[in-house]
Design a protein around this ligand. Structure first.
Ligand code: IPD
Ligand code: CA
Ligand code: CA
Length: 257
């Protein structure tokens, strides 16, 4: 693929993320439905997703789509969309959520865009071309000591049934790091690792749409991503471990205890 083709796909994803972000900005949380005990979907998730799918299939008709609310392609060339990451925050009026659009191309992540309509920050990355926030290049942090690392995590939707499965890791990390945040948007957690605002992140049970764009942002910003075994993270892996290259080994070690 040429540079121009990659740039074209980036602008298609960027436009879709911004248009969807504007839908979210204008919406109030309403029409809330429960997918499970703790898993929500609002009319805004659905409206955002419909518009993203419409724009992507108009502007790049040959590329299949996998989207959170409507499902879709299981191939390894596809758009991977989370129309509103942080729905629980959105539904409570807590301004921390984002639109995430990744493009997987023959198994590799090629383009990633995460747009936060609350702050108007647009994080984007293209494979081998670096990562930016509002067009300014971003890099992961240079924090060396785990004791000074600010980490983030999240808790999967089965946390009510199996809380200790997840609190175990929080306990271990709390003893060793500077602090832990649970802000409620995995896409923004990953973007913030890429931007050096967080030093590391781990979570179990994320789905491809939570991670696709953020994974590319982190690798393009000089970060490291693995699964809990420490090997290459696959988009369907149960655990994601991400961080700057200095903190990642200790994060991983702790997750293997
Ligand atoms: C959720 C958020 C949250 C994470 C959950 C995700 P949603 O996505 O990213 O931070 O902990 O596992 O499902 O449902 O708001 O799109
Ligand atoms: Ca999500
Ligand atoms: Ca979502």
């Amino acid at each position: 693929m040429t540079l121009d083709q990659k740039q074209e796909l980036l602008s298609i994803a960027t436009e879709a993320a911004q248009v969807a972000g504007n839908i979210i900005k204008q919406a109030k949380a309403k029409g809330i439905k429960h997918k499970g005990n703790v898993d929500l979907v609002t009319e805004t998730d659905l409206a955002s997703e419909a518009e993203i799918c419409r724009l992507l299939s108009t502007n790049a008709p040959d590329i299949p789509i996998l989207a959170e609310e409507s499902g879709g392609s299981q191939e390894n060339t596809r758009w991977i969309i989370d129309p509103l990451d942080g729905t629980t925050n959105f539904a409570h009026g807590l301004p921390h959520y984002a639109v995430s659009i990744g493009l997987e191309w023959e198994g590799d992540l090629l383009v990633g865009v995460i747009y936060n309509p609350c702050t108007d920050e647009l994080f984007s990355a293209v494979k081998d071309m670096g990562a930016t926030c509002n067009d300014i290049p971003i890099r992961v942090s240079s924090t060396k000591n785990f004791s000074q690392a600010l980490l983030a995590t999240g808790f999967p939707y089965d946390r009510q049934e199996n809380p200790e499965r997840y609190t175990k890791w929080v306990t271990i990390m709390l003893k060793n790091c500077q602090g832990i945040r649970r802000a409620g948007s995995a896409a923004l957690d990953l973007a913030y690792v890429a931007a050096g605002r967080l030093d590391g992140f781990w979570e179990f049970g994320l789905k491809p749409w939570d991670m696709a764009a953020g994974k590319l942002l982190i690798t393009e910003a000089g970060g490291v991503i693995s699964n809990q075994m420490g090997t290459k993270h696959h988009i369907n892996d149960v655990c994601i471990v991400a961080g700057n290259p200095l903190v990642h080994p200790t994060l991983l070690y702790n997750l293997q205890q």
